[in-house]
Design a protein around this ligand. Structure first.
Ligand code: NAP
Length: 254
C-alpha cells in the first residue's frame, strides 16, 4: 500500500470564509481536491462553489454568516462543526478594501475594514482554537494576508493597517498555540484577478504599471493561491508556525 501523501487532506474538515468567489473559492476547491470536506461560509449564496467542488468530486457544505456582526464567531465554528464534524482547518479569507486618499479617509471605511479583516479573523481563530483544545485536537489556521502586510500601498489606509496587523496576529497566535499543535500561518497573495481588484484592473494606467512590475508577467488567478493553502493545512507544514508566505508572481522579490 502506498504511503499517505503528506499533502493529503482526506478525512479533514475545513472552514473557508468568503468562499463564494475569488481567492476563497480557489482555496476551497484546492482543499476539496486534496480530500478535505469544506464548509464554505459567507454572506452570499454558495451555490457556485458547492457546484464547483462537487463537480470536482469534493464535499462542500454551505454556511450563511455575515462576519461583520459582533459575536458571530462562536456560532460559525459551532455550526461548521455540526455540518462537517470537528474542524481541522480554518482559512480566514473573507476581506474587504476601501479606497480613498489618507487625507479624506472616513471612519466608516476604517471601521468596516478593520472589523472584518482583523477583528473577525481573530475571534474566528479564538473560537476555532477553543474548540480544538476542548476536544484535545490540534489544527491549522491559514490567514489571508496581503502584499500590504509588507508594503505601504496608497489610498488604502485601513486595508494596509488591517493586513499588517494580520501578519502580526499570525505571529502572536503561532507563538501562543504552537505548543497546542495548532499551526498558524498566513498567505500573502499578490495581485489576483477578483472582485477586490476590479477597480485596479479597469484603470488602464495602474493596470499597466502593476503588470510591468510582476516578474511572472501576469495577474494571479484564485487557483494560484490554492497550493499554498493545501500545503499550510497539511502534515507537510507540521513545523511551520507564524510564516507569512508571499504567492505573488515574484512581486516582492523585485
Ligand atoms: P473578493 O472576490 O472581493 O472576495 C471577498 C470575499 O469576502 C467574498 O466572498 C465576500 O463575500 C467576503 N465577505 C466580504 N464581507 C463579508 C462579510 N461581512 N461576511 C462574510 N464574508 C464577507 O476578493 P478576493 O480578492 O477574493 O479577496 C479574498 C481575500 O484575499 C481578502 O482577504 C483580500 O484582502 C485578500 N487579498 C486579495 C488580493 C487580490 O489581489 N485579489 C491580494 C491580496 C490579498 P461577498 O461576495 O458576499 O461580498
Amino acid at each position: 500500500m502506498a504511503a499517505r501523501s503528506p499533502f493529503d487532506l482526506s478525512g479533514r474538515a475545513a472552514l473557508v470564509t468568503g468562499a463564494n468567489t475569488g481567492i476563497g473559492q480557489g482555496i476551497a476547491l484546492a482543499l476539496a481536491e486534496a480530500g478535505a470536506t469544506v464548509v464554505a461560509a459567507g454572506r452570499s449564496a454558495m451555490d457556485e462553489t458547492v457546484a464547483l467542488l462537487r463537480q470536482a468530486g469534493g464535499a462542500c457544505l454551505p454556511l450563511q454568516a455575515d462576519l461583520q456582526q459582533n459575536g458571530v464567531a462562536p456560532r460559525v465554528i459551532e455550526e461548521a462543526t455540526a455540518l462537517a464534524g470537528p474542524l481541522d482547518i480554518l482559512v480566514n479569507n473573507a476581506g474587504i478594501i476601501r479606497r480613498a486618499d489618507a487625507l479624506d479617509f472616513g471612519e466608516a471605511d476604517w471601521d468596516e475594514v478593520m472589523n472584518l479583516n482583523l477583528k473577525a479573523n481573530f475571534f474566528l481563530a479564538q473560537a476555532f482554537a477553543r474548540a480544538a483544545l476542548a476536544a484535545g485536537r490540534g489544527g491549522s489556521i491559514v490567514n489571508i494576508a496581503s502584499l500590504l502586510s509588507f508594503q505601504g500601498g496608497i489610498r488604502v489606509a485601513s486595508y494596509t493597517a488591517s493586513k499588517s496587523g494580520l501578519a502580526g496576529l499570525t505571529r502572536l497566535l503561532a507563538c501562543e498555540w504552537a505548543q497546542h499543535g495548532i499551526n498558524v500561518n498566513a498567505i500573502a497573495p499578490g495581485y489576483v484577478e477578483t472582485n477586490n481588484t476590479q477597480a485596479l484592473r479597469a484603470d488602464t494606467e495602474r493596470n499597466a504599471a502593476i503588470l510591468a512590475r510582476i516578474p511572472a508577467g501576469r495577474w494571479g488567478k484564485p487557483s494560484d493561491i490554492g497550493g499554498a493553502a493545501v500545503f499550510l493545512a497539511s502534515d507537510a507544514a507540521a513545523y511551520m508556525h507564524g510564516a507569512v508566505i508571499p504567492v505573488d508572481g515574484g512581486w516582492l522579490a523585485r
